[in-house]
Design a protein around this ligand. Structure first.
Ligand SMILES: Cc1ncc(COP(=O)(O)O)c(C=O)c1O
Length: 356
């Protein structure tokens, strides 16, 4: 039996270089938005393959900014999936627009373009497209709806759909740099776009000081140079982070092959960057997810629901069968670059025993 300290579901991957980078920023005496934020914006834009970025204080703020920069106004409709965290719905509501929830595809957990088409109206101004768990949504079929797409890349960077990197396809994209995301600044986010007007609008709304005009809707949404120092240090290791995630996912796939555990689907034309490794328990065969998670916790392996609660459940809406099924069966396993092979083997052993 392999034992050891409890294995957390998710953790930031930090090292001495990160600590030095932040210490240097402190010593420089420049703490607020400055040259490090600018450099971080350039690095992220280059990684995603777009014209530029506007760093802000969270992913939720970046979503809000993306909606405003695209020109979504109070009363406009914005389509988004039910199976996602609360941030996209909150951003839509905060600017006074109307969220229109739709279901997800059966296998990929991504927004279903067929369902999105059904709720299109003359007032639809944007579709928020979360690329959940590291897998791109079906951007090709979503683009065919001819509505501006806001790619939510909070959980996916570097993955591709038909050879195109996530974040480079829609009118705008957003990242989150929350502590346990693919790369972190503690809290933080970024609006990215290939369109100069969207970036300019984002910059105007991000800050209020020493601007030529008093812009209603502008605020203080800035990221600090302290955060950007960490972001810059992390982004240098992003390719390695993604490689290590892929390697761990490969170990899981090999270990669970033939065990009856439903492994993450990767539809053809898409690649996965494994922000999460989400398996599906057989519907009806296992006890509730809560009980399975409690047993795993007890054995030192923290697994979690990958989405705490689908939005339609918060709102008491009926329907959404695929989101319901995902809520009943989806279980997210620990996966992060600092996990050792030994930790991965322990997760496998415990899961195989508990799910047998
Ligand atoms: C898909 C998705 N969108 C948006 C966000 C919001 O990001 P933040 O927590 O940085 O506001 C998150 C964060 O958990 C997320 O997972």
């Amino acid at each position: 039996m392999i034992s050891g300290p409890p294995i957390a579901h998710s953790r930031p991957t930090l090292d001495a270089q990160d600590a030095r980078a932040v210490a240097q920023a402190v010593r420089s005496g420049w703490l607020a938005q400055g040259s490090r934020v600018e450099a971080f914006q350039r690095k992220m834009a280059a990684f995603v393959g777009v014209r530029g970025g506007v760093a802000v204080n969270s992913g939720t703020t970046a979503l809000e900014l993306a909606l405003l920069a695209i020109g979504v106004k109070s009363g406009d409709e914005v389509i988004l999936p039910s199976y996602v965290c609360a941030a996209p719905w909150l951003a839509v509501r905060r600017i006074g627009a109307k969220p229109k929830l739709v279901d997800i595809e059966p296998d990929s957990f991504a927004i279903d373009p067929v369902q999105a088409k059904k709720v299109l109206t003359r007032r639809t101004r944007a579709i928020i497209v979360p690329h959940l768990f590291g897998l791109p949504a079906d951007l090709t079929r979503l683009q065919a709806l001819h509505v501006p797409l806001i790619e939510d890349c909070a959980q996916t960077l570097g993955a591709t759909e038909r050879g195109r990197k996530v974040g480079s396809v829609g009118a705008a994209a957003v990242c989150s740099f929350y502590a346990t995301k693919l790369l972190c600044t503690g809290e933080g986010g970024m609006l990215l776009s290939r369109k100069a007007v969207i970036l300019e609008q984002g910059r105007v709304l991000r800050e209020y000081d020493e601007e030529p005009l008093l812009v209603p809707g502008a605020s203080n949404r800035k990221m600090t140079d302290l955060q950007a120092a960490l972001g810059l240090s992390q982004v240098r290791r992003l390719r390695w982070f993604l490689q290590r995630r892929k390697a761990i996912a490969g170990m899981y796939r090999k270990a669970f092959a033939g065990t009856g555990v439903a492994l993450p689907a990767v539809p053809s034309g898409r690649t996965h960057c494994y922000y999460r490794f989400v398996i599906r328990l057989q519907d009806g065969r296992h006890s509730s997810l809560e009980k399975v998670m409690a047993r795993l916790d007890h054995r030192g392996v923290q697994c979690r629901r990958p989405v705490f609660r689908p939005l339609h459940r918060y709102l008491n809406l009926k329907g959404f069968p695929e989101s319901e099924k995902a809520h009943r069966t989806a279980l997210s396993l620990p996966i992060y670059p600092s996990m050792s092979d030994r930790m991965v083997r322990r997760v496998v052993t415990v899961l195989r025993e508990e799910l047998a």
